[in-house]
Every structure is written in C-alpha cells, then in structure tokens.
Write a new protein. Structure first.
Length: 315
C-alpha cells in the first residue's frame, strides 16, 4: 500500500513538472473589461491557432497580485502582472513583506505601459485627487495591481486612510456603480484606451483626474517602476483635455515548470504576431525585442532567453 502511494505521488509530480509538454496552459488574466483580459484572449487564440495541440485556457483573476500568487503556487502557467509588483513579489519586498518570496516564475517580455486612471462623474464636485477625501471609491479588486497603484497614489496624497469608504470592485462593476451613482469614483490601472471606460463614457459624462506635478515626481521617486504618462485628449468620449498621470509596465510571465521549447515558441509567436495583437487591442503595445527586455528585475525563462539570443540579444 505504501509503495502504491509513493508511485501515485511520483506520477502527480511528473505530470505537474511536464505541464508545458502536455499542451494545457492556464493563462491568468485580470477582470473582464481591462487590457489584461483582452490581451490574454487575443494572444491565447493566436497561440492555439499556431499549434492546435496547445490549449490555452484564459482564467479571469483579480489581477497582478493574484496572478503572481497563482503562478508561484502552480495553479496557472502564464500570466500578466505589473512590473513593480512582480519585482516586489519575487524579492519579498514592498507589499509582499513578511519574509515570504513568491517565485517559481520567470519573465518573457515587457508588453506595454498601463495608465493609472481615476474616473469620476463629470457632474460631481470632484476636480482633484484631494477631493476624493471622504468619498466612496473603488480601489480595484483585492489582490489587483489597481489596488496597489491606488494605495500608492492615495498614500502620497495623504488620503489613503481618509477616504469615506474603500470598496473593492472589478472594472465592470465599478463602472456600473459609478454610472448609477452608488460610488463617487474608481481607479483603473490598465492600458489606455480601456474598453470598460470607453463604454462608460458613452453612457454618462465622466471626468478623468490628473495628478499634480509635485506628486507625480514623488510617486516616481518612491517607486521608479512608474513613469509619467499622458492620456491624450479624445481618448474617451467627451474628454477634451489631456490627463497627466503615471504609468507602469505590464509584463508577460511564465511558470518555471514550462519547458524551454514551449516558452521559446510562446516568445516567438508574441513577436511574429505583434501586428495581429495590435489590431485587436485599443492601446498601443509597440512590441519589439530590444525594448521588451529592458529593466525587468527578475530572471528570464531559459526558453525566452533562447529566443532573444537568436535575435542577437543576451538577457
């Protein structure tokens, strides 16, 4: 009996370790309506179309923090996450303090910049970030990159602990509740133009809040993974002025359990099909190999490194 138990355990470990070669890959994407999900749906379809035996299952998740935890625990094998949170999780710093490091995954590529967007109704008296004081605001789902960005921004302004009420809604629910007057605003860290905000702007008049120069500088100093980001006028219906905010890069990550051949294929398709990906997305992703490897604070998967080496790039 004991021998059978050991044999069964060995089989489970073998299957888990070879998950890349059995052709089923779970792809962690955040909530519906954001850019992570749109990218994952598009890229997953392109991967499956190239090799039908590779089944890509897109999983709706809470966002970056959840994806990093699920990758580390082996529940998903591919995911997108914010650059700052990826580095912090891997090193066990920042929001991931407590002595535990979330590892077991590697980088494939830097994808695109996400904008930290703060949306309110145009008819409201909320003109600045400071005006959120005492208001009911959705700061993103728990374990999402939006929640972490919102916390950092509101902490820099000194009002994280002084909102009237913080609620944790996905983008779709947040947009609906703002439209219906049930919340005063919501945060959304995603590639701009973001589909859910575009749809909301057609249903009611909205305003995006700008960050002031002093606090943009402070945000970048505190967390260098962020940079200045301008949302051009006209990005959303009725948006007449450009919006000044900060942005952070989205990274494509894979489990270390995926074999090198599979990950090299994933990386190759990412760049070979970049035009098809761009056609399907509302934000500019501008994929190129040299930019995709810059400034990523965790190791690259050996399969991704092999692809880049074939392009004359060492990582």
């Amino acid at each position: 009996m004991k021998k059978k138990g050991i044999l069964f355990l060995a089989m489970v470990l073998l299957l888990t370790g070879c998950i890349g070669s059995i052709g089923h890959i779970r792809f962690g994407a955040a909530g519906i309506g954001g850019m992570y999900h749109a990218f994952a749906d598009t890229f997953g379809d392109l991967l499956t179309a190239d090799q039908e035996e590779k089944q890509i299952e897109v999983k709706t998740t809470a966002g970056s923090a959840a994806n990093l935890r699920l990758l580390s625990e082996g529940y998903i094998q591919m995911a997108i996450a914010q650059e700052d949170m990826t580095r912090a999780a891997y090193q066990g710093t920042g929001a991931w303090t407590g002595g535990k490091k979330y590892q077991g995954y590697s980088a494939v590529a830097g994808l695109y910049m996400e904008a930290c967007q703060i949306i309110v109704r145009d008819e409201s008296d909320i003109q600045t970030i400071d005006d959120l004081l005492g208001k009911k605001v959705s700061v993103g789902e728990e374990e999402s990159g939006t929640e972490e960005s919102a916390k950092q921004i509101l902490s820099i302004y000194g009002i994280w602990d002084n909102l009237g009420e913080k609620v944790h809604l996905d983008y779709t629910d947040a947009a609906q509740q703002l439209r219906d007057g049930k919340i005063d605003g919501f945060f959304c860290t995603a590639g701009a133009e973001t589909t859910v905000i575009s749809e909301l702007s057609k249903q009611c008049d909205i305003r995006l809040l700008s960050l002031d120069e002093k606090n943009i500088d402070k945000m970048i100093t505190v967390n260098p993974a962020y940079s200045r980001y301008t949302i051009p006028a006209g990005t959303y219906n009725g948006q007449e002025d450009e919006v000044q905010t900060v942005g952070v890069r989205a990274l494509l990550l894979v489990s270390d359990d995926l074999d090198a051949e599979t990950v090299e294929w994933i990386t190759r398709i990412l760049f070979e099909k970049k035009q098809e990906i761009q056609y399907a997305l509302s934000t500019d992703i501008t994929l190129n190999e040299n930019a995709a490897v810059q400034g990523i604070g965790i190791p690259f998967h050996e399969g991704a490194a092999s692809y880049y080496k074939s392009c004359g790039i060492n990582v």
